[in-house]
Design a protein around this ligand. Structure first.
Ligand SMILES: NC(=O)c1ccc[n+]([C@@H]2O[C@H](COP(=O)([O-])OP(=O)(O)OC[C@H]3O[C@@H](n4cnc5c(N)ncnc54)[C@H](O)[C@@H]3O)[C@@H](O)[C@H]2O)c1
Length: 311
């Protein structure tokens, strides 16, 4: 039996994580989020605690008794630019420090932080990126992820805080979020299914590492709950695909006409190439992603056609 506290558990990744954790009856899970996710009502071992993370100055008394604390809250996305730099520090970094202040008092607790493999590395050429590289983010979101990572190292160094940093690439596999601003695959799929043109940043040849959300969550659980050497783990498929390739694959799977593309200039925050070297996950935990991109997109399309949101 293990006890879990999952900050941001109601969201895209959190809901998949909760579904996996809840399968084990003996687990006790508390979802701490500003939004309640009604899909959790079916689980007897999941409860909800309403919190507004950005206004938290202290987590005193809220961590005791847990084995794992997952931190999945982020209030901005990579595309939000620098206009929200102060907001980022205030809403994400400051409350995370308050959380670390409490977690450090509970030596049996492991903190798992969802970082961003897609942004912390910045522009590093066109070979898969390993955890050994020095971060050099070129967006505000990546800087705040790196900053939180550095505080985790510091709290580990000073107080022995037990942590895992999971640098996730680009997870896909759901159409669940409305007004989605993050995630090329669901955004493109939505546009094509509605018969709308697709906006392409740059020349469409920027390469990203897409991983199905179920593979991503398997990796998260492996790295979070096992021994291993600790620290940072990249969780990605380890293969790159350009925006134009993604559009081709979606069109092929939907069997529809090719959409009109509207090319707009690259955003300053867009790197040209981002593929994660996942060999550390493979070597330490025997983890390998199982769902290739073609199959993952097919699962999404079938899920939507069968009336569900997920696939
Ligand atoms: N989705 C991706 O492409 C991706 C890639 C790499 C890393 N990540 C990271 O993984 C984590 C989870 O991502 P996601 O895609 O599930 O995000 P999401 O937006 O779907 O979920 C985030 C959750 O946080 C909650 N939340 C937001 N503000 C809050 C607040 N003030 N107080 C309490 N709860 C609040 C939301 O209600 C939501 O349930 C984030 O830290 C994100 O940066 C995501």
């Amino acid at each position: 039996m293990a006890k879990y506290l999952v900050f941001g558990g109601s969201g895209f990744l959190g809901s998949r994580l909760i579904a996996r954790l809840a399968k084990q009856d003996s687990n006790q899970i508390v979802v701490a989020d500003v939004n309640r996710n009604p899909s959790f009502d079916k689980y007897e071992n999941v409860s909800f605690q309403e919190i507004d993370f950005i206004n938290k100055n202290s987590f005193a008394g809220e961590i005791a008794g847990y084995d794992y604390v997952y931190h999945l809250i982020s209030t901005i996305t990579p595309a939000d630019g620098t206009k929200d730099a102060f907001r980022e520090l205030e809403e994400n970094v400051r409350p995370t420090l308050a959380l670390l202040e409490e977690v450090k008092l509970h030596p049996g607790v492991r903190l798992i932080f969802l970082s961003s493999g897609g942004t912390v590395y910045g522009n590093k050429g066109s070979v898969p990126l390993s955890e050994e590289l020095l971060p050099a983010p070129i967006c505000n979101y990546g800087i705040s992820k790196e900053l939180i990572e550095r505080y985790l190292f510091l709290y580990h160094h000073m107080y022995g805080l037990d942590y895992r940093i999971l640098r996730l690439s680009n997870p896909y596999g759901t159409k669940a979020r409305k007004n989605q601003k993050q995630g090329l695959i669901p955004i493109v799929m939505d546009c094509i299914m509605r018969g709308e043109p697709v906006t392409v940043f740059g020349n469409g040849r920027n390469v990203r590492d897409y991983i199905h959300v179920e593979d991503a969550i398997s990796g998260v659980l492996k790295a979070a709950e096992n021994g291993g050497s600790g620290g940072i783990y990249n969780i990605g498929f380890g293969k790159g695909h350009s925006i134009l390739e993604i559009i081709d694959l979606i069109v092929k799977e939907l069997g529809c006409e090719y959409p009109r593309l509207i090319f707009v200039p690259d955003r300053k925050c867009d790197v040209e190439y981002n593929v994660l070297d996942n060999s550390r996950m493979k070597a330490e935990f025997g983890w390998e992603p199982q769902i290739c991109l073609e199959e993952g997109i097919r699962m999404m399309v079938n899920g939507i056609r069968n009336g569900g949101e997920n696939g």
